[in-house]
Design a binder for this molecule. Structure first.
Ligand code: GLV
Ligand code: MG
Length: 318
């Protein structure tokens, strides 16, 4: 399997797979990724019908420019294998990724990887073409984050699931993604966020934060997005159309940060081409580590469609 291409995932929009109106509307929203949900947003009695609806919706098209994903039920349920088989058999050519929830260890990923391989083989889809995004959302999953991240070359992202995580740990809050009232230690999610980020980066994966459910609390959403974006996260789930622009903004670099990253890359190329051993930009030393940091900011700016507003000017020899 060749290395998986970088895809921008600033926003991942959750859409219930049982609601034709929401499924229709999701096409027009500027989210980088959309996942059609067969798990917690769909009642048990609607699961079977939703598989058909999700497959039809994918086949109908209109998702240009977006990553198309489906969240199946978790590997411990009796729905999971049918979710995968029915959706991929009917609409595998119109699907980029499966989101697997409640991943508690590497065997969940191994199971999905094998099953996807079988369906791809049987239906003539390119082997390994369908990616996996693993939701880490309970104590067992967090404790196995490294093994999960290493479990399949199909993996593209680890996703933190705050609602299930809060329930798994017994956190005293009923508002998904918000800090538990009374906690005096700072950010109650910091350890989980960092643990997932480190496991993801150690295996070349993206790290995505879960939803912030208080739709009207825009300031809270901005704070929560800015905080994980500063940590290094690539994006965050959104659960309502009004959250898309806020979260896209939070995960796009500022214009001056993007300009600086591109300038730094050009300056670094210029000086390494001269083989002088010392590279500077605006009086600041730059080296291989600065280049790597600039690569990340430049890739995010390009993915966000930011324009170039400056170019590197080599110094005039004097
Ligand atoms: C998402 O699935 C969550 O549990 O927060
Ligand atoms: Mg969950």
């Amino acid at each position: 399997m060749s290395p998986r291409a970088f895809k921008s995932r600033r926003t991942t929009l959750a859409v219930p797979g049982s609601n034709p109106r929401f499924l229709q509307k999701a096409r027009d929203l500027p989210a980088d990724e959309v996942f059609l949900d067969l798990e917690d947003a769909v009642a048990p009695s609607a699961k079977a019908r939703s598989r058909e609806l999700v497959a039809e919706t994918l086949r109908a098209g209109g998702w240009e420019g977006k990553i198309r994903a489906v969240r199946v039920n978790d590997a411990s349920t009796g729905w999971a294998y049918r979710d995968v088989v029915e959706v991929v058999e009917r609409a595998g050519a119109c699907l980029d990724a499966i989101v697997l929830p409640k991943v508690s260890g590497p065997r969940d990923i191994t199971w999905l990887d094998l099953l996807l391989g079988q369906v791809e083989l049987a239906t003539g889809l390119p082997p390994g073409g369908i990616a996996i995004e693993a939701q880490i959302e309970d104590a067992a999953g967090l404790a196995s984050a490294d093994e999960i991240a290493a479990a399949s070359p199909r993996l593209e992202a680890l996703v933190f699931g705050p609602a299930d995580f809060m329930a798994s740990l017994g956190m005293r809050s009923l508002t998904v993604g918000a800090q538990p009232a009374g906690y005096a230690g700072g950010d109650a999610f910091h350890y989980a966020h960092m643990r997932i980020l480190v496991a993801a980066r150690a295996h070349g994966l993206q790290a995505i934060d879960g939803p912030y459910a208080a739709i009207e609390d825009v300031a809270g959403l901005e704070r929560s997005s800015a905080s994980v974006a500063a940590l290094g996260y690539d994006g965050k789930w959104v659960v309502h159309p009004s959250q898309v622009d806020v979260v896209n903004r939070a995960f796009s670099p500022a214009q001056d940060e993007y300009d600086r990253a591109e300038l730094l890359l050009e300056a670094y190329d210029y000086y390494t081409g001269l083989a002088l051993g010392a590279a500077t930009l605006d009086g600041e030393m730059i080296d291989e580590a600065s280049r790597k940091m600039a690569m990340v900011a430049a890739a995010r700016g390009r993915a966000a469609g930011l324009p170039r507003t400056t170019r590197f000017e080599p110094p005039i020899p004097g």
